[in-house]
Design a protein around this ligand. Structure first.
Ligand code: IPM
Ligand code: MG
Length: 570
C-alpha cells in the first residue's frame, strides 16, 4: 500500500516542544504514514529573509498533508529589525506564514471543532468553520488615502489630520469564496450529524457586504432542507456561545469574525491548550493547534500538547483513518478527565512530555467500546432505607460480559439531579446503565430526564400500553390513567420488553453513549441487563481472578511475589 506523506513543520517556540513530545504517537498508530520534516517560521525569516523557504514549498507540494507546530508572527517594525543587516531596508515584507499557506494553497476552510471535555455543564459538540483566504485577511490593508480615491473614501474624521494620517482595511468577500465556504459548512454538518448551521456576521452594520453574504448563505442552505440555517450578529453569537454552547452546531463566519469566535469556543472547551484546527482546500490540507508559538514558554517543557494530538486526530480523519482519529481524541479526553497528567493550564504540573506519554499510553490501553457506568436512581437508596443491591449486581453482570465498569453512582429522584448526572457521563463512557424511576408515581422522573438530555419528546407506545394493561389485569390490579406514563418513551428509543414486570425499559444513544434505562426492581433490572447488554466476544484484555488463602505472609511479600510472576509471564 502506498504510504501517505505527511510533512511535519514544527516551526518555532512551543511548536517544537509539542511536536517532539507528540510525534511518538505515529509509532503506536502503526499506519502507512511516512513523516518527513521541513523548516518554516521565524528563524527562516531571521536567516533567510522569508518565513517559508522555496525548499519548504517544494516539500509541501509533494505531501498529502502538513502537520504544523506553531509559528511566531510579529509586527512590521519588529520583523524588519530581525532581518540580518544586509537584508534590511529592501522593503521586504514579513507575511504571516500561516496566512501565506492558507491563501497560496487555497485552503479556504479553517475547521475548528470544540466539544465538551469536562466540568459541570451540558455537553456540547460544535464547530467553527472560518473563511480562510479573504475577508479582512485579504491583504488590503493601507496607510494613507491616495489622491484618486479621496472623493470615494470620505469620512468626517479624515479631514482632521489629513488623508495621509489614515489607515484603512478592506473586507473582501467574493461569491466564489463565500459559496465554497457555506457549502463546506453544510456538508460538514451533514457528515457530523449536526442539525444547525449558524452564519455569524454583522449585516446590521456592514449592510452591503452583509446582504451579499446572507443571500449566498440562504441560497446554499436551500439545498440542505434537513439542516436549520440561521444568521445572527456575531456579537450575539459570542454571548450565546459562552452561555449555551450546546445549542449550536456549525458556526460559519468570515475570516476575522471566525478567528475571534474560534478562540472563544476554545476557551469554552477548556483553553487554547486543547483546541485543534484543520485548514482544508481541495488538494492538500494542513493541521495545527490553534495556540501560537508562545516564545516565552518555549523550551521550558510546560506547553500543553493536547491541541496537537487533537490536530493529529483531525489529520488522521482527513487521511482516511476515522477510527484511529476518534480513539486518539478519546485518549486525550481521558487523560484530561481522569487527571492522569495535567499541564499547568489545566491546574496540574505535568510536563509536555509527561502529558504526551499519558495520552500515548491511554491510546494504547484503550478498552474500545467497553466502558460502563451504572447509575441507580432513588431517594430511598440515598437515605439507606433500601439496600442498593442493583449497584453491585448490575456491575457484576456487565463485568461478566467483558465490560469494564468505570463508575457507580447513586442519585436522587430529582429531574435536575438525574439530568446533570446523565449529561456528565454521556459521551464519556460507552454504556450508561440507569435503573429506577420508571414507575407511575410523581417521584418517577427518569424517562423525563433522559428525554430532556437527549432533546427528544416522549411518545406513546401502544404495544407497551397493551403489555401494562394485560399485566395489571392478570394481577387483578386496577388499570389507572397514571400508568399511561409508563408507555411513554423518547422518540428514538428502542423498547426493552420486560416480561417479568409492568415497566418496559428502553435504550437510546446520547452523545455516542448507549444509554440503557431499566426499571428499579432488582429482578427486572438484572433480567433486562442480562438480556440486552451484548456479551463481548474475544475480550482481549479480559482479566482472570484468582483467590488464595494465605496465613502468616504479609501483603508486601505477596505483592513482590506477584510482580515477579507477572514479569515472567510477559
Ligand atoms: C489563528 C491565528 C492566526 C490568524 C495568526 C497567527 C495570523 O490567530 O490561526 O487563529 O489570525 O489566523
Ligand atoms: Mg486566532
Amino acid at each position: 500500500m502506498e504510504k501517505k506523506k505527511v510533512l511535519v513543520l514544527p516551526g518555532d517556540g512551543i511548536g517544537v516542544d509539542v511536536c517532539n513530545a507528540a510525534l511518538p504517537i505515529f509509532d503506536v498508530l502503526a499506519l502507512p504514514i511516512e513523516l518527513s520534516f521541513g523548516d518554516i517560521g521565524w528563524s527562516c525569516w531571521e536567516n533567510e529573509g522569508t518565513p517559508i523557504p522555496v525548499r519548504t514549498w517544494d516539500q509541501i507540494s509533494k505531501s498529502d498533508a502538513v502537520l504544523l507546530g506553531a509559528i511566531t508572527s510579529k509586527g512590521k517594525d519588529e520583523a524588519e529589525k530581525a532581518l540580518p543587516k544586509e537584508l534590511q531596508n529592501k522593503n521586504w515584507q514579513y507575511v504571516s506564514p500561516v496566512i501565506q499557506l492558507r491563501q497560496q494553497l487555497g485552503l479556504f476552510a479553517n475547521i475548528r471543532p470544540a466539544h465538551y471535555i469536562n466540568g459541570d455543564r451540558e455537553p456540547f459538540d460544535l464547530c467553527v468553520i472560518r473563511e480562510n483566504t479573504e475577508g479582512l485577511y485579504a491583504g488590503f490593508d493601507f496607510k494613507g488615502i491616495p489622491e484618486n480615491l479621496d472623493n470615494f473614501l470620505t469620512h468626517p474624521n479624515i479631514g482632521v489630520y489629513g488623508p495621509k494620517e489614515v489607515a484603512w482595511s478592506v473586507r473582501l468577500q467574493t461569491k466564489h469564496g463565500l459559496s465554497r465556504l457555506f457549502k463546506k459548512a453544510f456538508i460538514y454538518a451533514e457528515d457530523h450529524g449536526l442539525k444547525r448551521v449558524t452564519f455569524a456576521d454583522k449585516p446590521n452594520v456592514m449592510r452591503e457586504s452583509g446582504k451579499f453574504a446572507k443571500d449566498i448563505f440562504f441560497d446554499i442552505a436551500s439545498n440542505y432542507p434537513d439542516i436549520t440555517a440561521d444568521i445572527h450578529n456575531v456579537d450575539a453569537v459570542a454571548l450565546w456561545l459562552v452561555k449555551k454552547p450546546h445549542e449550536f452546531g456549525v458556526i460559519v463566519a468570515e475570516n476575522m469574525f471566525g478567528d475571534i469566535l474560534s478562540d472563544l469556543v476554545a476557551g469554552v472547551m477548556g483553553g487554547l491548550g486543547v483546541a485543534p484546527s484543520a485548514n482544508i482546500g481541495s488538494d492538500i490540507a494542513y493541521f495545527e493547534p490553534v495556540h501560537g508559538s508562545a516564545p516565552k514558554m518555549a523550551g521550558k517543557g510546560k506547553a500543553n500538547p493536547c491541541a496537537l494530538f487533537m490536530s493529529i486526530a483531525l489529520m488522521l480523519d482527513y487521511l482516511g483513518y476515522p477510527d484511529h482519529a476518534s480513539r486518539l481524541e478519546v485518549a486525550v479526553k481521558h487523560v484530561i478527565k481522569s487527571r492522569v497528567a495535567l499541564s499547568y493550564d489545566f491546574g496540574g504540573d505535568a510536563t509536555t512530555v509527561e502529558v504526551a506519554k499519558a495520552i500515548i499510553d491511554a491510546y494504547r490501553n484503550q478498552t474500545e467500546g467497553r466502558t460502563v457506568a451504572i447509575l441507580t436512581i432513588g431517594d430511598e437508596l440515598l437515605s439507606g432505607k433500601s439496600i442498593n443491591t442493583n449497584l453491585s449486581d448490575l456491575s457484576q453482570i456487565a463485568e461478566h460480559k467483558g465490560y469494564s465498569v468505570v463508575r457507580q453512582i447513586v442519585c436522587s429522584d430529582s429531574v435536575g439531579d438525574i439530568e446533570q448526572t446523565i449529561s456528565k457521563l454521556a459521551g464519556d463512557v460507552d454504556y450508561l446503565v440507569l435503573s429506577g424511576g420508571l414507575g407511575p408515581t410523581s417521584d418517577d422522573r427518569t424517562r423525563f430526564a433522559v428525554a430532556e438530555v437527549a432533546k427528544e419528546s416522549l411518545v406513546f407506545n401502544d404495544c407497551s400500553w397493551r403489555h401494562i394493561e394485560s399485566r395489571l389485569t392478570n394481577f387483578n390490579v386496577a388499570v389507572d390513567e397514571s400508568n399511561r406514563v409508563q408507555a411513554m418513551f423518547p422518540e428514538t428509543a428502542a423498547i426493552l420488553s420486560n416480561p417479568i414486570g409492568t415497566a418496559n425499559g428502553f435504550s437510546l444513544n446520547i452523545y455516542g453513549t448507549k444509554v440503557l434505562v431499566l426499571p428499579g426492581p432488582p429482578a427486572e433490572a438484572k433480567y433486562l441487563l442480562d438480556k440486552y447488554l451484548a456479551e463481548i466476544v474475544n475480550a482481549s484484555n479480559s482479566t482472570n481472578s484468582y483467590k488464595w488463602s494465605i496465613m502468616g505472609v504479609s501483603e508486601g511479600e505477596v505483592g513482590t511475589f506477584l510482580k515477579q510472576r507477572s514479569r515472567n509471564m510477559i
